[in-house]
Design a protein around this ligand. Structure first.
Ligand SMILES: [Zn+2]
Length: 397
């Protein structure tokens, strides 16, 4: 069997916008959507059209102006939501309605205050009502990871029979653990009707820091689609991060044997754009795209990386679109790292100048954890200036 292709469903503009304090305006959403196309995602969930006028307008604008991708809109299982979503998506080149209803007993009892049978009927009626209005129908069983498995399979099969071709298993509250979640995916896959024509999707939250690992476990065990956000932004602790899922698949291709359509060289600029427009700074130790992700501080690590990057780097920064060397200089840095840093900064020094510059650097570094490029420049300029006046003095003498 050949490698399977993972469908990347990006929900930065919908779940990502549910990050506390984040509100993308129409222009920001459109800019991000265009960048997501360059990045190569398969589906963009542009928003929740029935939630507000602003949301509706933003989804409509994306649907009407972005061609190379499926545009999805979230919708509750009620007619008025479906109608709104239809109005927003009707001019999309390829539209997908993303219907959802909660299926766990705790959500049914305390949130929706309806029975399992009532939820089942609302789901099926909604899929039937949406049929013919959209190119694709996706159905999500909200809080699936805390739903009775037999009821979950029952509702999935009824919506599949009614016309939904994508079924999503959300770990809405970030409660699942990898082994258990992969078993759930296997169970659904085993019992679903029309297996060959139904796409199984997962949507994981990061409340326990397991969104990425749960997503990867699901993909490994038969899920076809993964729902992600750029930088992992989203409700509460966020969603599975697009860049982490993709770079895990790439870096461990030997293990996962999965394909995808993401152009990884667009990852860094996409994360920068989302960070800028959301106002959320990337934590320095964020995997893949944090400022420290490709920095090496210990002298022994720096020496290794200079001789062969593979000693301490499992990914190449240029593969995600980072071009600078990101060698962080500090008191643990050795002579090799210092010389390379200067070379990267465009300096050519004599042996004596290098000796002096390295000594001065060590003096400065002793009092600081990190010596930045500007400080290194000041040290080197000082050394060059001094050695020049010494030489000129010699000529004069
Ligand atoms: Zn979510």
């Amino acid at each position: 069997m050949g490698d399977r292709k993972v469908i990347v469903f990006d929900t930065t503009l919908r779940d990502g916008e549910q990050t506390p304090g984040v509100n993308f305006d129409k222009d920001s959403k459109y800019r991000i959507a265009k960048q997501l196309v360059s990045l190569g995602v398969d589906v963009i969930e542009a928003g929740f059209p029935a939630a507000s006028n602003g949301n509706f307008e933003a989804v409509k604008h994306i649907a009407e102006n972005i061609d190379d991708v499926v545009v999805a809109g979230l919708s509750r299982c009620v007619k008025s939501d479906i109608d709104k979503t239809y109005e927003a998506l009707k001019n999309a080149k390829k539209s997908r309605i993303h219907l959802f209803i909660a299926t766990s007993d705790i959500h049914l009892k305390y949130k929706l205050k309806i029975s399992r049978d009532e939820a089942l009927k609302m789901a099926v009626d909604s899929v039937k009502y949406a049929s013919g209005k959209f190119d694709e129908i996706q159905f999500s069983a909200e809080d699936a990871s805390r739903t009775d498995w037999d009821f979950l399979v029952k509702i999935f099969n009824e919506v599949v029979d009614a016309g939904a071709k994508i079924i999503n298993i959300p770990d809405t509250v970030g409660y699942a653990v990898p082994k258990e979640f992969e078993k759930l995916v296997e169970y659904v896959k085993k019992h679903i009707h029309d297996k060959d024509n139904v796409t199984i999707s997962v949507h994981c939250h990061n409340d326990l820091g397991m969104a990425v690992v749960n997503s990867l476990s699901a993909l490994e065990n038969g899920a076809d689609q993964v729902e992600v956000t750029v930088c992992g932004i989203g409700e509460r602790a966020g969603n599975a991060s697009l860049e982490e899922v993709i770079m895990a698949i790439n870096t461990r291709k030997d293990y996962f044997n999965l394909l995808h359509s993401i152009n990884t060289r667009e990852i860094f600029s996409t994360c920068k754009l989302v960070s800028e427009l959301s106002g959320i700074d990337l934590q320095p130790n964020k995997a893949i795209v944090g400022a420290n992700a490709f920095r090496h501080t210990a002298g022994i690590h720096q020496h290794g990386v200079i001789n062969n990057k593979a000693t301490y780097e499992i990914m190449r920064p240029e593969d995600i679109g980072i071009t600078t060397d990101h060698i962080s200089m500090g008191k643990l840095s050795g002579r090799n790292a210092f010389e390379l840093k200067l070379k990267n900064m465009g300096y050519e020094l004599s042996r004596d100048e290098m000796n002096l510059a390295f000594k001065k650097f060590k003096d400065v570094a002793d009092n600081k954890k990190i010596v930045n490029d500007d400080e290194i420049k000041a040290i080197v300029d000082d050394v060059i200036l001094n050695s020049k006046s010494i030489k000129e003095g010699e000529i004069w003498v």
